[in-house]
Design a protein around this ligand. Structure first.
Ligand code: IVH
Length: 678
């Protein structure tokens, strides 16, 4: 700063402090002491000063909240300790069981009334913020819990995130919380997006996810995003004896915590607090999808520890579906999988379950008749979690005679083909499966198929269910499904385990190689082997996207017809937005790897290494990748061919089999050591 005059520097410090103070008062405390005009004047003076003396523009300057230069890509970031998830419960009994279990684990002498903290469960995007010596240095998404994405530049734009802590905290402080979008601002944001010719975001959560992973920080900077602290990752220099105390300290440091948090002694108070949050739920300015009950005392938390990837000392409580009444303005019909026709209710906008609902499913013609739902009726609408809203019933008392019985269409509303209904079926279908959006389903099936993205468990039946439930419309929607786990479990024949398997399969597909993505997109004439040739030739998605006809024709096996088909596909704006949504959903479009040559002396060259039980340091995928990178294979089951078994806590039948077969067994620590990752 040698060029900066002392006067300029002094003024900068004063202004930066003042602007940040007003920010805090406005956004965190909601009690501003200056007018917007006065604030703008100070802010502009600060900007002007930094324009004149660029050396003054530090990372914690309030001017940095408006969004810096766009990034090329998001980098990965490893959480200092894994970000865990919560176990869910759905009724009071399960909460009482949770309390009993804890008491059993703690053993004799445990007081009857344990102290808990009950807080709302925010339905947003989990985020970790890392402060070094009080300065915000990293903001990182949860990712798979071990590794997320570094989205610091986007985090800086969130107005209630302190760029510098309000009190000195030496060393590392990693706080965790939820980024949410304010419900009111969401509507405005969407209106603006639509006016600018973009697609509306589905809900505040999706909007938040998309914005936080955006490469251009000026977009989140304009969105009504907020961050609420709910837990702590690492704390070098901040001491607290319980969760409530931590939250109090966090507030003193400048963070915001959710409204409606209470400290409860014993189960009766806990259940009361859960009910109270439930009652307040419609009035929250952001979506909440439950309550979280946590043991307050830090020592007790440590004693209880974790089971797989959830703490034993915390439990989420999911509220039943929220209902509201509104007017049914019209019924449209949508054509889904293989032409199946689904009636959709167009509703007078109503705020339910944290979002404004304008559409809801009516399932099928028989349902409409059975429930006697008429256009113009007042109807009861329900929404649970992220599930598409449903019309539960009509309110007969509210009729004035002007309501119209719905006349079901006889032709496909998309392509005009007469609809057909097979004997014994409830659904009408459009038989025109070639030209009709029924192909959407086909696309999904192709995407999930073995030689494309190979998503285990995502077969024809499930895809149909997902589309029917309105959970998925195209392949990009698959990557938001993990946030709708509950809805997934609610589907026919979906137990928790099978839902998790599917989600794991979808998650694995995020890092699928480029050639599989290219094949999966179903571009005309691009079969599996052509996709592979193109990908290994182009190596990156951006090269492929920008490739000219000539460049494509230079690829082996690619002639003018294939090249043209690829070019045409990329020229479609809706395909660009599909690709963007896939990216937003975490699909990595990794650079294609040139064929790898593994050294003959690699640790696991030619070896089969099976992994079982719980891993702590590595995720399953990391372990598998590392084993493969070291020349080995990591199949899912133990056989005579297995050379080594890595067994974590909870290992069961595979461990037994390995012992029986006399296979060497090691633990995770030894694996990490062998891989040279320790
Ligand atoms: S505590 C060790 N408290 O829910 C568990 N999580 O399944 C740490 N979430 O994505 C989480 N509100 O980000 C906690 N009041 C709250 C929460 C909350 C929302 C999210 C969290 C994570 C998921 C846990």
């Amino acid at each position: 700063m040698s060029d900066v005059t002392a006067a300029a520097e002094a003024r900068w410090h004063q202004l930066a402090r003042e602007v940040e103070e007003h920010n805090h008062r406005y956004y965190v405390l909601a009690s501003p002491v200056v007018t917007d005009r006065e604030y703008d004047r100070l802010f502009r003076e600060l900007q002007d000063l930094e324009a004149a003396w660029p050396a003054l523009r530090s990372s914690d300057s309030p001017t940095q909240r408006v969004g810096g230069a766009p990034l090329d890509s998001l980098e990965k970031f490893s959480h200092p300790t894994p970000m865990l998830s919560l176990q869910n419960s759905y009724d009071d009994t399960e909460i009482r069981d949770f309390d009993q279990r804890i008491k059993r684990l703690l053993g004799e002498g445990t007081p009857e009334a344990l102290r808990y903290v009950v807080e709302p469960k925010l339905d947003g995007i989990a985020m970790e913020l890392i402060y070094m010596d009080g300065l915000l240095t990293v903001g990182c998404t949860r990712g798979d819990g071990s590794v997320g994405e570094n989205v610091t530049e986007n985090v800086r734009t969130i107005r209630n995130v302190p760029l510098r802590l309000r009190q000195p905290v030496p060393g590392m402080l990693a706080v965790r919380g939820e980024v949410v979008m304010q419900a009111a601002g969401f509507i405005e944001l969407n209106a603006r997006r639509v006016a600018e010719g973009n697609d509306a975001y589905i809900n505040p959560r999706n909007a938040t996810a998309g914005l936080m992973r955006n490469l251009d920080p000026s977009l989140p900077a304009q969105a009504p995003l907020r961050f609420y602290v709910h837990s702590v990752g690492v704390s070098d220099g901040l001491e607290y004896d319980g969760h409530a105390h931590f939250l109090e300290l966090a507030r003193a440091l400048g963070f915001q915590t959710a409204e409606g948090i209470s400290v409860c002694d014993g189960m009766e108070e806990v259940l009361g607090a859960i009910a109270a949050i439930g009652e307040r739920r419609p009035g929250y300015p952001y979506a909440i999808d439950g309550a979280v009950v946590k043991i307050d005392d830090h020592g007790t938390q440590e004693e209880l520890g974790f089971v797989s990837r959830s703490p034993r000392w915390a439990m989420a409580f999911k509220y039943p579906a929220e209902q509201a009444r509104t007017k049914l303005e019209a019924i449209d019909v949508q054509v889904g999988r293989t032409g199946k026709v689904t009636p959709v209710a167009r509703l007078q906008p109503v705020f339910v379950g944290g979002v404004t609902v304008t559409n809801a499913t009516l399932h099928n013609a028989d349902e409409i008749a059975r429930k006697d739902i008429r256009v113009g009726d007042t109807v009861v609408v329900q929404r649970a979690g992220d599930v598409i809203p449903q019309v539960v019933a009509s309110v007969e008392d509210e009729r004035d005679g002007s309501e119209q019985v719905f006349v079901y269409p006889t032709e496909c509303p998309v392509c005009g083909t007469p609809l057909v209904r097979a004997e014994g079926e409830v659904d009408w279908r459009c038989p025109n499966d070639e030209a009709c959006p029924a192909w959407q389903t086909g696309k999904l099936e192709h995407w999930a198929s073995r030689n494309a993205l190979d998503i285990e468990g995502l077969g024809e039946k499930l895809i149909a269910q997902l589309i029917d439930a309105g959970l998925v419309h195209d392949v990009a929607d698959l990557y938001t499904l993990e946030h709708r786990r509950d809805a997934l479990i609610g589907l026919d024949r979906m137990a928790e385990k099978s839902a998790d398997n599917v989600l794991a399969g979808i998650d694995r597909s995020r890092s699928a190689p480029l050639h599989r993505i290219l094949f999966g997109l179903g571009i005309r004439h691009v079969g599996e082997s052509v996709a592979k040739r193109i990908a290994t030739h182009m190596l990156t998605w951006s090269a492929l996207q920008g490739a000219t006809q000539e460049e494509l024709e230079a690829v082996e096996d690619v002639g003018p017809i294939v090249a043209r088909a690829v070019r045409d596909w990329f020229a479609e704006p809706r395909h660009a937005s599909l690709v963007q949504r896939l990216r937003d959903g975490g699909v990595l479009f990794p650079d294609e790897e040139p064929p790898r040559v593994i050294a003959a002396d690699a640790v696991f060259a030619g070896k089969q290494v099976v992994v079982t039980g719980t891993l702590v340091q590595l995720t399953r995928k990391e372990a598998k990748d590392a084993i493969e990178a070291a020349g080995g294979k990591s199949p899912g089951s133990v056989s005579k061919k297995t050379d080594l078994l890595v067994a974590g806590p909870g290992a069961g039948s595979k461990l037994a089999k390995a012992i029986e077969l006399g296979i060497e067994v090691i633990d995770e620590a030894r694996l990490v050591e062998l891989l040279g990752l320790g």
